[in-house]
Design a protein around this ligand. Structure first.
Ligand code: CTP
Ligand code: ZN
Length: 156
């Protein structure tokens, strides 16, 4: 591998690198993870960096923190091509592409005001995942309304 002329962000010792995030969605990923900066973790955020695979991408590096399966599922909705790298002692100990779940329960609201999930009934919103990659969309299980990735992003 050829040495780069400069390193944008240092390698980390232990933690998680979320790579290949859809360009422009790193802040949504931070919101999904509940990272405000006040938790004390060292966090590096790169936005719109050149990528061979994606043209442009975002990267988030979080030191001393791993992700829960629920967090990874939610990241898959806004950044369907993201890779989760677990770093231990500077090495990539595990690398896994995110995989959108088939069903999303009680995370996002249906946009149809007439949907039963927006009434006073105690009905939790359920969505079925449709579409591939950046064309991911969510279909409301109750009313059939379709929510695009752009609309999903607004709720995080
Ligand atoms: N990384 C890091 N700290 C480490 C090791 C890796 O911050 N101690 C970062 C790298 O900068 C990269 C990501 O974790 O953004 C994945 O590392 P690696 O698998 O070495 O990179 P690639 O081979 O380019 O990954 P891929 O094949 O997934 O594109
Ligand atoms: Zn609905």
């Amino acid at each position: 591998m050829t040495e780069k002329r400069e390193l944008r962000v240092e390698k980390i010792r232990d933690g998680t690198v979320i790579d290949h995030i859809t360009a422009g969605t790193a802040l949504a990923v931070l919101r999904i993870l509940g990272i405000t900066g006040r938790e004390g973790h060292i966090v590096s955020v790169l936005m719109n960096v050149p990528s061979r695979k994606l043209g442009r991408k975002d990267i988030v590096k979080i030191e001393g923190r791993e992700l829960s399966p629920g967090e990874v599922d939610r990241i898959a909705l806004v950044a369907p091509k993201a890779t989760i790298n677990i770093i231990r002692n500077f090495e990539v100990a595990r690398k896994e592409p995110v995989k959108p779940p088939t069903t999303i329960i009680d995370v996002l609201k249906c946009q149809n005001v007439a949907c039963i999930t927006n009434s006073r009934e105690p009905v939790k919103p359920i969505f079925k995942v449709e579409g591939e990659g950046e064309n991911i969309a969510l279909r409301c299980y109750y009313c059939g309304a379709l929510m695009s990735r752009e609309e999903i992003l607004k709720q995080f």
